[in-house]
Write a protein that binds this ligand. Sequence first.
Ligand code: PEP
Ligand code: MG
Length: 755
Amino acid sequence: MGVLWFSEIGKQDIPLVGGKGANLGEMFRNEIPVPNGFVIDSKTYRDFIEKTGIKEKIEKELENLDVEDSETLSKVSQKIRKLIESTPVPEDVKKEIKAAYEQLVKFEGSKVYVAVRSSATAEDLPGASFAGQQDTFLNVDGRNLIHYVRKCWSSLYTPRAIYYRVQQGFKHENVSIAVVVQKMVNSEKSGVMFTSHPVTGEPLTIVEAVFGLGEAIVSGRVTPDTYIFDRVKRKLVDVKVGEKLMMITKKNGKTVEIELDEKKAKERVLSDEEVLKLVEIGEIIESHYASPQDVEWAIEKEKIYIVQSRPVTTIKKKAEAEGVGGVEMEGEEAEILVRGLGASPGFGTGTVKVIKGEKEISKVQEGDILVTTMTTPDMVPAMRRAAAIVTDEGGMTCHAAIVSRELGVPAVVGTKKATQILKDGMLVTVDGEKGIVYSGSVTEAKKEEKVEIAAPAPLITATEVKVNVSIPDAAERAAATGADGVGLFRIEHMVLGLDKHPMKYIREGQMDVYVEALYKEMKKVLEAFYPKPVWIRTLDAPTDEFRAMEGGEDEPIEANPMLGFRGIRRDLFEEEHLRAEFRAIKKLIDEGLTNVGIMLPLVSNVEEVRRAKRILIEEGIPLNKIEFGIMVETPASALIIEDLVKEGIDFISFGTNDLTQYTLAVDRNNENVAYLFDETHPAVMKLIEMVIKVCREHGVKTSICGQAGSYPHVVEKLVELGIDSVSANQDAVKAVRETVYRVERKIMLDKLRKL
Ligand code: PEP
Ligand code: MG
């Protein structure tokens, strides 16, 4: 090992070349236009510290270090970095790196400057991003390559990198570092691109562009142009030309900043054709990775290069927060103080603390609103404490935007003047979705915003487009999407919101109280959607999640809760609980709310369906009046679908979150393997295809309610396979309906053309 060319690297090589290196190799192999290069693998770094004997010294320095003590942290960091940078690199390693560089020059046919990038081996794993933690050096002359490689290695120990690892629970010794050496594109234009909207997940590609090198955007010191391209309508729907007061470029091999005159600063960076080309490349990357991507690109002599791509992890977070939202002051209209880009969704109310630099971060207390020109990695501890973040500068991919989304803190960026208008001590509310800072404390949902959300999509589709609901109080908002019903009413959130653990009610002889609570909450959803169907899923309570409830101390401790006491198997064991759920539903049916359906989670045996059905009948539920079905979310249920269908079910719904987890043996909650979590894996698709086929033959309806049902690229395939309905998260209903509409029309057109 030692040096690996991009052509030799694939996505499975993360442990060896880090997320950044693996990504580049994967793209290069798949003919995505990345500039050529090689990676000095993480083993080389490990060998270096081991063979030179500095490993023990580093570990000693880090022993018992209190990372909250900024002064000591900075001293230790300096000491370790000096040690690494002053230790000679063994001759054979030097030789190999130099030979690789010379080979690169040969490939390119002329002298090349290179970008030397750190690629920490846990970097870019979804949920555990160390992006921006380690150093990158641009425009490096080949003669200085070794020097900068060593500098990348030492950047594994910057104060912020050390701090992050401790915060995220990573052991220092488990994190290693590879170094990417890549031909430097002499960018005339560059920027970033989200292949789908990073907050809502809609099929809108957002491109941010500046003149020169893209570092200007990430630093947040330039407001880039923003182009929004609608991938369904295939057109550019919005262009905002930013004020690009400077550009970063290469002059005689040196990176320099050049001020731009007013005319150039306001000039549009990209033509329509260039945006379209970028969108098309983005679509190739997105379909290759089967998930929306955050891409860095550059243009040199009219050729587009892709320099980086990572999955957008925030869409899921946002989608899971379904039902949360809407704002309005009670009484009067709230005063808007500043506007910017909504970079991280959610609302935060608190006291303004304007900070000028990292030295002032102690000013920000828990729940304050952090206001600054642009955040830096050193401000992260304060960002964690903040209720919201507001910056003057930056776009959707600046430091403040990326970190806030990861931390789940609402943020508004690029306001231009927040630090001037907002003053220390002011009470404000930040809307991180719309990009607005209001004066005072703002709560509830705005009426007119409801109207906006309420406008139902005008498209009629043969495949029904439903919505997932978890929070009964948000059911009206979900119904206002115009969805054709609820394909999954997840009752876990609602039950977790009750005063005590369900089994505690039952053990204490308060079954009636529990039934009444269930009935009341379920009713809200059924009424909001009446007469459209609402499929209520019986409780799927993993022990680890329910332990925190009052009375939850009796939950068994399980090594693998995902494989344990949950789903219908649990409800059949705690039969009284299942009866309570059915009693609540019976009460609703008796009141005429016959738009209810019942769905069983985590089925893997015929016997489970048979027993649940028997209890259902015993509780007096009229099966001729309502729909009864099961989730297909274990490979077992898919493989025995024929037998399950014979038990008498009206519908099945794919729970692709679990189906993917159990088919691929990838824990859906484990960020270390998140990059392998792929709902479109051929094995998962094969199971889905098979189940749809069998169900169609037997007249059983098919649906999907897992997260994949909110991804247009998955929905496209399912409609082609003949699924009857799709249940999406609230914010994806519109985009999913548009996709369904387009695919259905295409199928019809194709048929007509064949006539
Ligand atoms: C699923 O597994 O896809 C599903 C919808 O159920 P949950 O996410 O609640 O496990
Ligand atoms: Mg599930």
